[in-house]
Design a protein around this ligand. Structure first.
Ligand SMILES: [Zn+2]
Length: 345
């Protein structure tokens, strides 16, 4: 069988995209057992290249099916809303939503983290972490494709899935004046974390002031939200992070028409909590990364709607977080350095 529930739901969603507001692209095909699996990109909303853009990505790690499910659930609601909600239609005439809900279909079908070749796609970009200890395999390694977190051979270049993500990002994220993206993962820790760059270094990324302002705005607007917002490097460093790579590409582009902001977030859903509530999940390989009981799965599919809704609103309203004066940037940067980097500037 080539198809599986997430691919079926994704293809059903593609059929429902409102033609006047969106389209999908088949970014590449991944060969598997004599057949091929498609990787789809979805584009909704404004066709102006510089329009503010929200990116939603999932299924980078094949075992983490819940990430793809969370994005599909949100996009399904969005497509329904577009059928009757005039305010959302108005919003999407100004902003763009782009998504690759399932980047690693072969991994998902085969129930493995890596792609078919054993490469961990989130370790596959040509970026090198400074200071990651070589014994720490989760940072990414080149020992063997039989071990998790394998980076792939540099001589081969990036894997087709990773190249598809980069190409899609170049087309829809890099030209945008303002981008927030969310790449949904699961499997680390007890709480839901929102990580921003870098993963390769403990040095702060250029949009640190904007990231801090965004976090503050989220804290003020949704006082009971559940997320721990922090730089990925606060937990561990990794080689080859695709979002580090895309972020640096974005930064290298000369700013056209004002200040450009890109905050690539990774939503790392704390799956250890699901395991704690239902320890039998540890007996299955999918159970470590996904909620197994139906009521818990439904709860997770609802849980992140507030976040996506906030990001969609905030991408169109930059005053409090993206259009900052030099003084504000300096102030937020100082706050961020104290909070996340344990230092006063
Ligand atoms: Zn993951």
């Amino acid at each position: 069988m080539t198809f599986f529930p997430e691919m079926t739901s994704l293809e059903q969603l593609l059929e429902k995209l409102p033609a006047h507001l969106g389209h999908y692209e088949t970014l590449c095909h991944v060969p598997l057992n004599g057949k091929t699996l498609p990787i789809y990109g979805i584009v909704l909303g404004s066709k102006v290249p510089s329009a503010p853009t929200l990116g939603l990505f999932g299924g980078v790690h094949g075992l983490e099916r819940i990430g793809t499910q969370v994005i599909l659930a949100y996009l399904q609601s969005l497509v329904e809303l577009l059928g009757w909600d005039s305010s959302l239609n108005l919003l999407l005439s100004k902003v763009r939503i782009v998504s690759i809900p399932l980047l690693n279909p072969a991994g998902m079908l085969l129930q493995r983290r890596s792609n078919l070749k054993g490469v961990d796609l989130m370790r596959n970009a040509p970026t090198q972490a400074d200071g990651a200890p070589s014994w720490f395999l989760p940072a990414g390694h080149r020992i063997s494709s039989w071990l998790p977190w394998y980076r792939g051979k540099p001589s081969v270049g990036m894997q087709p899935e990773a190249r598809a993500l980069i190409k899609f990002s170049k087309k829809y994220l890099l030209p945008s004046q303002r981008v927030i993206s969310v790449d949904v993962h699961s499997g680390f820790g007890m709480v839901d974390r929102l990580w921003f760059p870098y993963a390769k270094t403990v040095k702060p990324f250029s949009n640190l002031p904007e990231a801090f302002a965004l976090k503050s705005l989220f804290d003020q607007t949704y006082v009971n939200h559940i997320y721990q917002f922090e730089p990925q490097s606060r937990q561990y460093l990794i080689h080859g992070d695709l979002w580090d790579y895309v972020y640096d590409l974005y930064q290298r582009r000369k700013a056209r028409g004002g200040h450009r902001v890109f905050i690539p977030l990774a939503l790392e859903m704390g799956s250890w909590l699901w395991v704690k509530k239902n320890p039998r999940q540890l007996l299955s390989v999918l159970g470590v990364f996904n909620p197994i009981k139906p009521h818990r799965q439904q709860r997770i599919l609802r849980r992140h709607l507030i976040l996506f809704d906030f990001l969609l609103r905030v991408i169109q309203s930059p005053e409090k977080w993206a259009h900052l004066s030099q003084d504000q940037r300096q102030y937020f940067r100082q706050q961020a350095m104290t909070l996340w980097y344990d230092q006063d500037e």
